[in-house]
Design a protein around this ligand. Sequence first.
Ligand code: PMP
Length: 438
Amino acid sequence: MLTYQTETHARGREALLHEPAGGDPDKLTLVRALGSLVWDENGKEYIDCTAQAWSNNLGANDSRVIEAAIEQTRQITHARPTFHTPALLELAELLVSIAPEGLDRVGFTLHGSMAVEMALKLALRNRPDARHVAVLHDAYHGRSLTTMAASWPHPGNVFGILQPQFLRLPRPDLYRPRQGLSTGQDTELSLRLIRDILTKGTEGPVAALIYEPIQGNGGHNEFSARWHQGIREICDEYGIMLIIDEVQTGLGRTGRMWASDYYGIEPDVLVFGKGVGGGFPLAGVLAKKRFAKFLAGDDQLTFGQFPISIAAGLAAVKAIIADDLCSRAAEHGRYATERLLEMQKRHPLIGEVRSPGLMVSIELVRDRVTKEPARTEAHAVFELAQERGVILGESRYGCLGNLIKIKPPLDISREHLSTALDVLDEVLTLVENGTEAP
Ligand code: PMP
């Protein structure tokens, strides 16, 4: 690369607020992306098993999305939220038509965090006497001040004076159930504890309970059908709005359009984001008609209905449907899971293989009985794979930090998925043999 560029980039890296001084060696400078491939500034090609931020459900730079965004750019780039654009109305109609049963209203914004806040505002608008909003342990709902408070406790949190207190409810753990309990008993106990907290541990109404159908950043924690059904019953009994955060699981990731469809969950409100924009910032909320709408000023942001994102989103959702990416995700997911289960027989590091769809991950443990998280090993796997041209997802989740995620675009080719799994197999062997040096 040109020296002038190298020097400018080095100074730019220093200038960035979000960059550790000197730059993070794991951070690549990306210059191009297509489908499930990305290229760095040195021209090196990578298979991207992260879909960037689990958000390119449709592969990167899909020509249909790019053309729609260019066309919208030529027409009108910015419209105040008090006006509509044709694509806005078409996307509203389309999303409502594919939403889980009964969700027939939609609101847009640009970030998952702001969409979660929109859902929370809707809950409070509809329950003005509420005193609490509930979340689950190990949840992740974003990084705005409010959604950060709704997520797992942030290490060394200095933002507290500006953050609300959420009611944090226990959850079952299918991999590490509470001591002495089966997974079924752990689920029943968690549901009982939640009832106790709502009955005896809180004063005043709870406006909403928000949870992810599979906790994403919290460690790919899945729940049983009994749990989802039990939570629905509790919400009905206590008059609590059930908000399902599908920012990560929506738009085909689990092999169905929504994880709510996959698990048979009946949300009152569903939050979407990431994959909906086809690589452009877009998120929002689907809600039942029976809830009161927002009043003027409740939820207006300058770029909340950004026409280019909306046009890109309209093209992306149409493409996800036209290409039947839900089925593709389900098929790829079955293939990846089979291969990982076979690898688990040979690699003691693999504690558990998780799916469904292309929400695939493995939890690395030092011992399958104690399930001690293998954090440094997971990081070594991540780094060695990246050296070999495969970007794996890595969980830096506070408590565990030992998850390797494989969540590529849903239209990844079988060849690329297979190569990525070959590389994972190879680097697991290197890490297990203690011969990590490339
Ligand atoms: N909810 C969930 C479940 C998420 O995974 C994320 C992002 N990882 C968010 C909300 C926040 O989305 P954003 O980063 O777009 O604000």
